[in-house]
Structures are given as structure tokens and as C-alpha cells.
Design a protein around this ligand. Structure first.
Ligand SMILES: Cc1cc2nc3c(=O)[nH]c(=O)nc-3n(C[C@H](O)[C@H](O)[C@H](O)COP(=O)(O)OP(=O)(O)OC[C@H]3O[C@@H](n4cnc5c(N)ncnc54)[C@H](O)[C@@H]3O)c2cc1C
Length: 411
């Protein structure tokens, strides 16, 4: 052994301390399995933007089961807006307010808070857990699986041995490349500008999710704004002929925010970015030896409509912990291998389902065929007399309501 070589006590190494890697470690801990997290970033890192604000009930439940109190902490610090509204060329075509937060088992249908807060609460949960060892500044460099286990080496030369590895190292995943998996899919032709805007504490807006088709004061572009605890997320759909970089610059973004949210929000923009959304899934979620499991953005990227990114990553993480738990307790190798292989099949199916669902939303939003445009215009005309037409306009930008086929985690 060289000086830098280390022996992990834990049977599982998790690559990445994003929300998915942290959930995997917590879900393993809940099953009595220790893990070592290797995270590339330094401890004092600055994570940008609100990102995954919409945390679905299933995610809350998984977090609550993985570390009692964690799901509830997200709820206590998030908001559950109760009104959704849609306007077509400035005219309201749908509005609905729900009497309560929905959900069951004490958890609401969803909660909305910045992803950095969710990560902070996960980190606290990890610090409270005895079985999770988190190493910052430890980018995973190589991953070698054999029939006996996995050897992971960091860029710094530290070597870790484990029974299983969860690759939760995000979109640019090294683990994905190391197991020879490849992304397959498409990219949206137009860009989207996403801005975070602080709430005005002296004069807060009503908490409602609002979608504008063809906003008349933004040159007919689609705009979505969604509240989260402490602020607003504004999504502006650019035209293919737009220059998104210039639109996202000051003072252009401030002017657009002032137009859609109100003048008092002009100087409250805290973060802006512009994206072309990728719609890709890995061609496999597990390596040849059934030792390495991809989870979250290491295995798939979706357009954000329908909030399938972090939510589906948390489902991957829980399913990975469940499969590893069964595999570690299996009497024979075939059972262990079968369980991990099954994880790969199920979560790949789930990823493909989610990609198709987010793709449906994206296609609907971008679709400028005569048929799509006519359907939207007719629905807007009918909405005054026929509520389902307005409801269709309100619903369609987020894709189907259903999630992928459910896999129940085992403890
Ligand atoms: C604008 C925007 C809006 C979004 N909105 C939503 C939403 O409303 N709802 C939703 O569910 N999702 C949303 N998402 C998606 C969500 O942010 C991601 O799905 C989520 O962050 C993915 O989590 P992850 O843990 O898989 O990856 P990441 O958050 O990217 O974490 C990966 C971690 O791995 C680390 N890492 C990278 N390489 C290595 C390495 N070699 N070794 C060790 N560590 C490594 C990284 O530093 C990072 O900490 C949104 C995303 C964006 C960009």
C-alpha cells in the first residue's frame, strides 16, 4: 500500500454530495449500512441558484423515512402555494385555489424552497448520523469493479475499497464514464432564461404559480413564475432567434422581471442563468459486474418542467440503497447480482419515462406547428365557457401528472 492508500470501513462509497448522493447515504444509514461520501467540492463551496425548488410528496416521504424529521424540516421551511393561474396573451384563462395543502401522512402534496436549503438540511442530517463519513475535496478519478468489490481512486491518489459504489456525481459524472455508460438524447432548440428574485418583505406578492402564454409585454414570449420560500423563480422562454446571453444581462433581465412581477422587483434579481435543456438518459444505470449504481443526474437529465430532476434522483437514491441492502444480505452472489441488475432496469425505465414526460412538456411549450398553435388559441377562446379548456392550458406545460412506475424500497 502507498502512503495515500486508505481502506474504507464502509461497504459503500457514494460519489458526490449533491442532494442525490446525500439521500443515498441517508437511505443506506436508515437500513443500517455505513457509507463514505467522496465529494469533489471544498466544504465552503457556494452552490448557485434556487434550482430544485419543487419538492414532491414522495421525496418528502423518502427523506422522512431516511432520517426522521428531515422531510418535516423541508416542509417547515418551505411554502405550499395554493393558487395556480394561467393567462393567454394577458387574459386570464384559468385560476384555481385549493382549500388545503393536500398530501397525506402529515406531509403536504409538495413544498417549495431553494435547493441550497434542502442540501443544508441533508448535510445536518448526515452530521447527526454515525454511519456516514463525508470527505470534501475528494474528486473521484477512477472506478474499477471486480467480482469481489470496487476500488475507487480520487484525484489526490487516495484509494477506497468498497462492496458497492453509488455514482451520484451529477451531470458530468466521472463514475458514468468509468463504467462505460453513455448519455443518449436531445437538447432543446431554444434557450430558457431562469432568474431568482428576492421577495419584497414589505409588500409580498400573493403566493401563486402563474404561467403566461405569449406575454404581451415580453414580445409574446412564454413566462412562468413560481414562488419559493423567500423569493420567486422566473422562467422566460426565448425564441430561437433571441440572444439569450444578452437578455440575461443587466439591465435587460431587471427590466423583464419588473415587467412580469412588478416594478418593486427590478433590483431584487439574485441569480440569472440561461439554458438549453438536455433530455438525456444513460444507456445503462449499472456496470457489468453489478457493483456500481448510477443515481440522479449522473444517470439522466430532464428539462425542469414537471420538476422531475431532483425528485427522480431521490427516488433513484432510495432504490439504490434498497438494492444494496438486499445484495449485502444475500446468501449467494447470483441473488446479489440480480438485485443490482434489477435496480438498473427499473431506474432506467423510470428515467426513460421521465424523459418522455418532460419531453412532452417541452415539445408542447416549443411547438410552433399550426396545429399546436391553433389548439392553444382555440382552448383560450373556449376557456371562458368551458373550464376543461383552461385547465388543459394550465396543465400542459408540466407534462403528465403521473410519475414513473413506483418501486417500493425495502428496509
Ligand atoms: C435551473 C434549474 C432548475 C431546476 N428545478 C428543479 C425543480 O424544480 N425540481 C427538481 O426536482 N429538480 C430541478 N432541477 C434539477 C436539480 O437541480 C438536479 O436534478 C439536482 O441538483 C441533481 O442532483 P444530483 O445530486 O444528481 O447532482 P448535483 O446536484 O449536480 O450533485 C452532484 C455532486 O457531485 C459532485 N461531483 C461532481 N464530480 C465529482 C467527482 N468526480 N467526484 C466526487 N464528487 C463529484 C458535485 O460537486 C456535486 O456536489 C433544476 C435544475 C436547474 C439547473
Amino acid at each position: 500500500m502507498s502512503d495515500s492508500e486508505q481502506q474504507a470501513d464502509a461497504p459503500v462509497v457514494v460519489a458526490g454530495a449533491g442532494p442525490v448522493g446525500m439521500t443515498a447515504a441517508l437511505a443506506l444509514d436508515a437500513r443500517g449500512i455505513d457509507s463514505t461520501i467522496l465529494e469533489a467540492d471544498p466544504e465552503d463551496r457556494d452552490r448557485p441558484g434556487s434550482r430544485a425548488i419543487y419538492v414532491h410528496k414522495d421525496t418528502l416521504r423518502t427523506l422522512e423515512q431516511s432520517h426522521p424529521g428531515l422531510g418535516q424540516r423541508l416542509v417547515d421551511n418551505g411554502i405550499t402555494w395554493s393558487t395556480r393561474r394561467t393567462l393567454f396573451r394577458g387574459k386570464e384563462v384559468f385560476a384555481r385555489t385549493y382549500p388545503d395543502r393536500g398530501g397525506d401522512g402529515g406531509l403536504p402534496h409538495f413544498t417549495s424552497l431553494p435547493q441550497v436549503w434542502t442540501e443544508e438540511y441533508m448535510l445536518d442530517a448526515i452530521e447527526e448520523s454515525d454511519g456516514i463519513d463525508l470527505h470534501w475535496d475528494s474528486p473521484v478519478d477512477t472506478v474499477d469493479a471486480s467480482d469481489d468489490g470496487v476500488t475507487v481512486e480520487t484525484e489526490g491518489g487516495d484509494v477506497w475499497e468498497a462492496e458497492y459504489v453509488v455514482g451520484a456525481d451529477g451531470a458530468g459524472s466521472t463514475v458514468r464514464k468509468e463504467i462505460g455508460a453513455e448519455f443518449d438524447g436531445t437538447e432543446s432548440p431554444n434557450s430558457f432564461i431562469i432568474a431568482d428574485v428576492d421577495e419584497d418583505p414589505d409588500n409580498p406578492r400573493k403566493q401563486e404559480r402563474v404561467f403566461h402564454y405569449d406575454h404581451p409585454e415580453l414580445g409574446g414570449r412564454n413566462v412562468l413564475f413560481v414562488p419559493f420560500q423567500g423569493g420567486w423563480r422566473v422562467d422566460i422562454q426565448c425564441r430561437e432567434s433571441d440572444d439569450p446571453e444578452r437578455m440575461a444581462e443587466e439591465p435587460n433581465i431587471n427590466r423583464m422581471v419588473a415587467t412580469v412581477l412588478g416594478e418593486r422587483y427590478r433590483d431584487r434579481v439574485t441569480w440569472v442563468s440561461e439554458y438549453k435543456f438536455k433530455q438525456v438518459t444513460a444507456d445503462r444505470m449499472v456496470d457489468d459486474r453489478n457493483r456500481v449504481l448510477l443515481a440522479g443526474e449522473a444517470g439522466h437529465l430532464f428539462a425542469p418542467f414537471g420538476a422531475r430532476g431532483m425528485n427522480s434522483g431521490v427516488a433513484d437514491a432510495d432504490a439504490a440503497a434498497s438494492a444494496i441492502s438486499v445484495a449485502l444480505n444475500a446468501d449467494v452472489r447470483e441473488t446479489a447480482d440480480g438485485e443490482i441488475a434489477e435496480y438498473g432496469i427499473r431506474r432506467q425505465k423510470a428515467a426513460e419515462y421521465n424523459r418522455a414526460a418532460a419531453g412532452q412538456a417541452l415539445e408542447y411549450l416549443q411547438g410552433d406547428s399550426i396545429v399546436t398553435k391553433t389548439k392553444k388559441r382555440l382552448a383560450a377562446e373556449l376557456a371562458d365557457y368551458y373550464e376543461p379548456a383552461g385547465e388543459w392550458l394550465d396543465d400542459a406545460p408540466y407534462g403528465p401528472h403521473e410519475g414513473p412506475p413506483v418501486t417500493i424500497g425495502q428496509y
